[in-house]
Design a protein around this ligand. Structure first.
Ligand code: MN
Ligand code: MN
Length: 317
């Protein structure tokens, strides 16, 4: 079971945008092969499918716990995309006179000459990287990668062999890290960088967690491979701040009181800076979920103007 909190783990700044092309790039971190939807569903399926959990309980707890955290990462990336898209089209006034029957006109040409409304409020969107943000959704995130390819269950690896699944998860987190670094380098927008900085730190925790799990299971020194790619999180100011001020790279949050054996894997020194790893019962710090304003030009969320309905009904009769 999952219990939801209406909070978000990233403290988002103001966007310098609108920045719809940065939003398109950040989609890779949501619905790409190595995106947050993939990490969530990989660990979710592996935890559902786990065999022999009595014998291998710390590994089950770890995979299940990280799966739950990944849900909050989908929220964070989606939120970043939505904030970057805000303002990308011309927002109509929901009380615009053009919506009232006395001003309703029959053609775009008439609207254009009436001066009462923008006849093509979405016109800019045809030049943006992802038209689907404006045609298939109301200027919001979709479960797709940066090229508009929808996320697929083929991205899920759940072999049932614990060593193989952990090795895959370690690789998945390292691949995700490579994508995050490139997404960071793709946009200077503070919203994009706040999200990516946070995800670099928490993804870094998962890289280390799966390395440690492999070490506990096999004795191999997987941590010696780190970091992959060969660049420290501390190079990125938004990530460095979270590591230095809050120690977010050291903490494994209990996402459930039922996962009691996390510390059997998450212990000892961090492989990069040697600081002690800790498991905490505290929740991650939460921030208010940013509110998205209405976008009347996209009929979102849409309201019904009784006078307008009557006007069209009368015309049709
Ligand atoms: Mn993640
Ligand atoms: Mn992760």
């Amino acid at each position: 079971m999952i219990f939801r909190f209406d909070q978000i783990t990233v403290d988002f700044p103001e966007s310098s945008g609108p920045n719809p092309n940065a939003a398109a790039a950040v989609q890779e971190l949501l619905g790409g092969k190595f995106g947050e939807m993939s990490t969530l569903m990989n660990y979710t399926f592996q935890s559902f499918n786990f065999r022999g959990k009595n014998h291998f309980r710390p590994f089950y707890d770890l995979i299940s716990n990280i799966a739950a955290e990944e849900y909050s990462h989908i929220e964070a990336v989606t939120c970043a995309i939505n904030l970057l898209l805000t303002g990308a089209t011309t927002r109509a006034d929901r009380n615009s006179p053009s919506k009232k029957p006395s001003k309703v006109v029959d053609t775009a040409k008439n609207i254009a000459t009436s001066g009462s409304a923008d006849p093509a409020p979405l016109e800019n969107s045809v030049d943006y990287r992802r038209s689907s943000h404006f045609l298939a959704s109301a200027q919001t995130a979709l479960p797709m990668d940066s090229e508009g390819r929808f996320w697929t269950g083929q991205n899920v690896f759940s072999s049932g062999n614990l060593k193989l699944d952990l090795l895959h998860n370690f690789f998945l987190e390292c691949g995700a890290r490579a994508n995050k670094i490139r997404a960071y380098e793709s946009s200077s927008d503070p919203v994009a960088r706040a999200a990516v900085g946070y995800l670099l730190v928490r993804g870094g925790v998962h890289v280390v967690a799966y390395a440690k799990a492999l070490e506990v299971l096999t004795g191999a020194n997987v941590g010696a491979l780190l970091p992959i790619p060969d660049v420290s999180n501390k190079k990125f100011p938004e990530a460095r701040k979270l590591e230095e001020n809050e120690g977010l790279h050291l903490i494994m949050y209990h996402q459930s009181k039922d996962y009691t054996q996390l510390a059997k894997i998450w212990n000892g020194p961090h492989p990069e800076d040697g600081k002690p790893l800790v498991v905490t019962d505290e929740m991650p710090k939460g921030y208010p979920f940013p509110d998205l304003d209405e976008e009347p030009q996209l009929s979102s969320p849409g309201d019904i103007d009784p006078a307008m309905i009557k006007y069209y009904a009368d015309k049709l009769n």
